[in-house]
Write a protein that binds this ligand. Structure first.
Ligand code: PAF
Length: 280
């Protein structure tokens, strides 16, 4: 596997791919790879002639400096995992390769998709995320790029951005990979204490409960029942909401011809976890 550490090294690889007109799959990551990431790589390898991943802990998408400092850094291990699944190249740029003019974000229109849920609770997060994804897509020029539905709001924002900027890439969304307990895989899980890891199983259970309740109650009623359930746990609920999957706007009713998804953010101790589930 090629390890490309600068924009110039990347450029030679991309030129080779473009000259031969080969299809290229791209999986952007911030490292600390788990089976959720690897499922994206496996699919990219199946779909394309070549696959490249990136590992870059993007400073502009962290609204909390402590979270940035504590973000797990496991590059050697990540490289081994990518080699083991058969990835062709990994791009591990420095900050100057993506932010040559300092840590400023581009202004990217998001049609309101960034104003709710994660956007409301993590100001600036999506501008930082979209800036780095746009710059990576422009540098790499992939045929397809792969993102997990664990960050479903991120996925919808990227789809919107790619369409608005007319970037010639197909965005592929992939299902959430869960541990056998139901806990959604996340790089943050490795920072959970064993006690909170056990308690966090409740997150997926509450999403399943919301799905069950949604065939009998209105969205607001489902939300208030789930909120009450959290009062009896050690998890601190930041938000639980049910939205129209396309617009990400709060659902007032369940309309049979639309898709609805429940989204949740909780603190398990000082670790913030998110999850979501299509409920109708
Ligand atoms: O989902 C992530 O890991 C990040 O938001 C991404 C897409 C790699 C951009 O930094």
């Amino acid at each position: 596997m090629l390890i490309l550490k600068t924009r110039n090294e990347l450029f030679d690889f991309i030129q080779y791919i473009n000259a031969k007109n080969l299809s290229l799959g791209f999986v952007p990551t911030m490292g600390a790879l788990h089976d959720g990431h690897l499922s994206l790589f496996k699919r990219a390898i199946e779909d394309n002639q070549y696959t490249i991943g990136s590992i870059f802990i993007n400073p502009t998408q962290f609204d909390n400096q402590n979270d940035l400092l504590k973000y797990p850094r496991t590059v050697e291990d990540d490289i081994n995992k990518l080699e083991s699944v058969g990835c062709d190249a990994v791009y591990i740029p420095g900050v100057e390769d993506l932010y040559p003019n300092g840590l400023e974000c581009d202004t990217i229109a998001m049609n309101g998709l960034d104003l709710v849920m994660e956007g409301e609770f993590r100001p600036g997060h999506f501008q930082g995320m979209a800036t780095v994804v746009k710059r990576l897509l422009l540098q790499i020029n992939p045929t397809r790029a792969y993102f997990g539905e664990k960050d479903f709001q991120q996925l919808q924002i990227i789809r919107h951005m790619v369409c608005a900027l007319k970037l010639p890439v197909e965005i592929v969304g992939m299902p959430i990979i869960r541990e056998s307990s139901g806990l959604a895989m996340s790089s943050r899980n490795m920072r959970l204490t064993p006690d909170f890891k056990k308690k966090s199983i409740f997150i997926y259970q509450s999403l399943l409960k919301a799905k069950e309740l949604s065939s009998h109650y209105t969205p607001q009623k489902v939300v208030s029942k789930i909120e009450k359930m959290y009062l009896n746990t050690d998890l601190k609920l930041e938000y639980f909401t049910i939205v129209n999957e396309e617009t990400l706007l709060t659902a007032n009713t369940f309309d049979d011809c639309k898709n609805y998804r429940a989204f949740i953010a909780v603190f398990a101790g000082d670790i913030r976890l998110i999850d979501n589930l299509q409920i109708r």
